[in-house]
Design a protein around this ligand. Structure first.
Ligand SMILES: NC(=O)c1ccc[n+]([C@@H]2O[C@H](COP(=O)([O-])OP(=O)(O)OC[C@H]3O[C@@H](n4cnc5c(N)ncnc54)[C@H](OP(=O)(O)O)[C@@H]3O)[C@@H](O)[C@H]2O)c1
Length: 293
């Protein structure tokens, strides 16, 4: 049995789907009763509803699992507290393999959510647990947040300069790599950076979107204060807004990218390019909806 925490989130669903497709028995930890149906449909064998910050819940979910894939909620101020709790309970339950979903360059102190993940990694090293750490680049799927204005207005809006250079990775490739390290032997003690593309400017990204959509798309920088106002209107919390602002400033000052070689080696093929991701997204958006009875 493999436990996936944060299982109903964007990353969790992708990982559960691939694990099930590869024949693994999955126990899913979800936050709300309303998320249970989603992970059942993905094929999870067991679903537990609970809070990762709660020791009783964490103690219960780690019981009897061979391996676990720990995904902390996105932009959580509790990343380290949750990480320590999950590592501690996994150790007490003698879990044989702890795989941690970290982030590319957790060493960047200027980004608090990266720094929190570095501290979890350090705690994991010191726990004595057999571990693997995956460090994904920003997902290509983040572009989907602005998909409608890309398609309808031909504008790709980003809260940093359009010259900002970023590497990206397809979440489907991340999930495939996660399933490989969880199912196949030989990955204990490893830390893998998961990067799919070379560093692309936002103008490069817009040019690839233009080709994939068959219409002109232009990258446009949104001033940070305008972005912040919009984010607060959507109800995003203060910690999340401030942390994202710091991340966007870091991106603009330094860029953020890595190297795709490790991911290519883990997948046994070239990682998905951004052009392929756009083609796939266009196909999926055009497909008729699946109606379930
Ligand atoms: N997005 C990227 O480009 C990227 C790149 C690299 C790494 N990452 C990392 O990937 C991780 C997952 O990101 P994501 O976007 O997949 O997250 P997500 O969609 O927000 O998923 C997190 C899941 O955890 C649930 N959750 C929230 N609080 C919880 C709690 N206290 N106890 C149990 N479950 C709880 C959420 O439920 P609710 O929805 O009900 O709150 C949601 O189902 C993050 O740690 C992020 O830093 C992201």
């Amino acid at each position: 049995m493999i436990l996936v925490t944060g299982a109903a989130g964007k990353t969790g669903c992708a990982v559960v789907r691939v694990l099930v497709a590869r024949g693994a028995a999955v126990r899913a930890l979800v936050y709300r009763p309303s998320q249970v149906g989603l992970v059942w449909e993905l094929g999870a064998r067991e679903v537990i509803v609970g809070d990762m910050r709660d020791q009783t819940t964490v103690k219960q979910v780690v019981q009897g699992v061979r391996a676990l894939y720990h995904i902390c909620p996105n932009m959580s101020p509790d990343e380290f507290t949750i990480g320590k709790l999950v590592v501690g309970e996994a150790r007490s339950a003698e879990v044989a393999h702890f795989v941690y979903h970290s982030v590319l360059h957790p060493q960047t102190e200027a980004m608090p959510h990266h720094w929190g993940k570095l501290r979890v990694e350090e705690h994991l090293f010191e726990s004595g647990l057999p571990y693997t750490i995956l460090q994904p680049a920003p997902y290509m799927q983040n572009v989907l947040v602005g998909w409608d204005s890309i398609v309808e207005d031909g504008v790709y809006r980003v809260p940093y300069a359009v010259e900002t250079r970023l590497g990206m990775v397809d979440l489907e490739d991340v999930a495939a790599a996660a399933a490989t390290v969880l199912i196949e032997p030989g990955h204990q003690g490893a830390t893998y950076e998961l990067v799919g593309t070379e560093a692309l400017t936002q103008t490069d990204v817009a040019a690839i979107l233009s080709r994939g959509l068959g219409r002109t798309v232009q990258a446009q920088a949104v001033p940070l204060d305008v972005w912040e106002e919009g984010a607060r209107v959507t109800g995003l919390g203060d910690y999340q807004v401030k942390t994202l602002v710091r991340m966007f400033r870091y991106y603009e000052s330094h860029g953020f990218w890595g190297n795709p070689n490790v991911l290519g080696w883990l997948l046994g093929r070239r990682p998905t390019t951004f052009a392929t991701f756009v083609e796939r997204t266009v196909r999926q958006k055009q497909a008729p909806p699946i109606i379930r009875h």
